[in-house]
Ligand binder design. Structure first.
Ligand code: NAP
Length: 212
């Protein structure tokens, strides 16, 4: 598969570059300011920045190249525009707020627990280099729990990606916690998305859970 990777030198991008190569992809990495011609690529992957992802994905989708997006922070308006572009080009665009399997399970468990515990709060902790807050995973978790769940964001050096969902009831609390200890955690999810991409309908598909 001929794969274009936006964000080649980023923390996730650097891990993905070698993982995609090892998995047999013919991968071309792009960094900020480098000219891009997506024509001829089978897929584009974006792990860049909230300010860059919309432009990158628009160029790829406009050229008829399906996308896998990991960058968080896209607005609802931008998501709707990407959905429209992907439909116009009759290609899929897959977006997941979290490509780690354990995080997807955490969201599923939290949704289940919220049915029994009406009071809950989310604490999401990430490296101080993460530009958006709250995290896409925390927002998706809250939606899955029925919304109106307060989210607290911590940004500190030394962290990768962590989240606690704390549910409280009379005389007890339940804590569901997921820790990403290295960016290798995102690789299997990205490979799965690329593998399944061509079988997805045109337009946006959101969340790794839709592929599991
Ligand atoms: P990072 O270390 O800052 O890497 C981003 C990289 O993208 C940098 O090398 C940056 O270059 C580059 N870049 C910026 N604009 C670009 C453009 N227009 N074209 C090509 N490359 C561009 O960040 P990260 O930790 O790898 O995370 C990247 C994004 O993925 C963030 O939004 C993060 O929240 C998200 N993320 C998602 C998941 C998930 O599972 N969905 C997991 C981890 C991270 P410069 O440094 O020169 O600006």
């Amino acid at each position: 598969m001929k794969t274009l990777l936006f964000g080649r030198e980023g923390k996730v991008g650097a891990v993905l570059l070698s993982a995609l190569h090892t998995a047999g992809h013919d991968v071309t990495g792009v960094e900020v300011g480098e000219p891009v011609d997506p024509a001829g690529f089978d897929a584009a992957v974006d792990f860049t920045a909230p300010t860059a992802v919309f432009g990158n994905a628009s160029v790829a989708l406009g050229a008829g190249v399906p996308c896998v997006i990991g960058t968080t922070g896209l607005t609802q308006e931008e998501l709707a525009k990407l959905d429209g572009l992907a439909r116009e080009s009759s290609v899929p665009c897959f977006i997941a707020p979290n490509f780690a399997l354990g995080a997807v399970l955490m969201m599923r468990f939290a949704a289940e627990a919220a049915r029994s515990f009406p009071n809950a709060e989310i604490i999401e902790l990430h490296a101080d280099t993460k530009l958006d807050a709250p995290s896409g995973t925390a927002k998706a978790t809250a939606v899955g729990m029925g919304g109106h769940v307060p989210i607290h964001s911590v940004r500190l050096p030394g962290l990768v990606a962590h989240q606690e969902v704390i549910l409280g009831g009379p005389g007890e609390t339940l804590t569901i916690r997921h820790d990403t200890t290295s960016r290798d955690a995102f690789v299997p999810g990205v490979l799965l998305a690329l593998d399944r991409l061509r079988g997805l309908p045109p337009g946006l598909t959101v969340g790794l859970e839709s592929l599991l």
